[in-house]
Design a protein around this ligand. Structure first.
Ligand SMILES: [Zn+2]
Length: 204
């Protein structure tokens, strides 16, 4: 699993261009697309794009372990599957910087401790708001939860549409890519995997 879990550098501001430089780069891309960046309607576009980039790629400023690390809660002996399903996310493929739109389903088998329910969605967001491949993102979410919460197992399934496939290249709309990562009991015990799938598909 480690091979595809890239260790993203979390940049501090010293590694970053200035807002002005980012805006200039947007003007270059506008000209590259055939536009006139001086046109009235595009006047504020470079600054809007630069700001939007900080938001949609805000995951580089966040560390999943920080979010997970403070969130343990004691539960009175609950040790069965906790499944958070249909977590919507928007990411961007690292090959074309075009959106990936999908849903993440994340489950774990607690070992004495559980996560606050919003934390899993936040972890999905942290990895989604980076340039991604779906495979890496799936593994990263599983790894972060596995290493921080140390549950008996983690199961992550992502289903997503890659707009780079729909809008360009082979232009296949509506194709969905599914990826999974299983750790611990979900990996070693087929019955647990089946329960995960059944919970996922059983109650729509
Ligand atoms: Zn792509």
């Amino acid at each position: 699993m480690d091979a595809i879990v890239k260790n993203f550098p979390v940049l501090d501001d010293t590694g970053r261009p200035t807002q002005k430089e980012a805006e200039e780069a947007v003007r270059v891309l506008l000209r590259w697309a055939g536009e006139d960046p001086a046109r009235e309607g595009l006047k504020d576009t470079p600054s809007r794009v630069a700001k939007a980039y900080r938001e949609i790629f805000g995951g580089y400023d966040l560390v999943a372990e920080d979010v997970l690390g403070r969130t343990f809660e004691e539960v009175s002996g609950y040790d069965d599957i906790v499944l958070e399903k249909d977590i919507p996310f928007y990411s961007h493929c690292e090959h074309h910087m075009v959106p990936i739109i999908g849903k993440a389903h994340v489950a774990y088998l607690p070992s004495g401790r559980v996560l606050g329910l919003s934390k899993i969605a936040r972890v999905v967001d942290i990895y989604a708001r980076r340039l991604q491949t779906q495979e890496a993102m799936t593994a990263q979410i599983a790894k972060a939860i596995d290493e921080t919460l140390m549950p008996r197992g983690v199961a992550v399934m992502i289903e997503a549409e890659h707009l780079c496939m729909a809008m360009r290249g082979i232009k296949k709309q509506g194709a969905t890519t599914l990826t999974t990562t299983f750790t611990g009991a979900f990996k070693n015990e087929p019955a647990e995997q089946v329960r995960f799938m059944t919970m996922l598909r059983g109650f729509k």
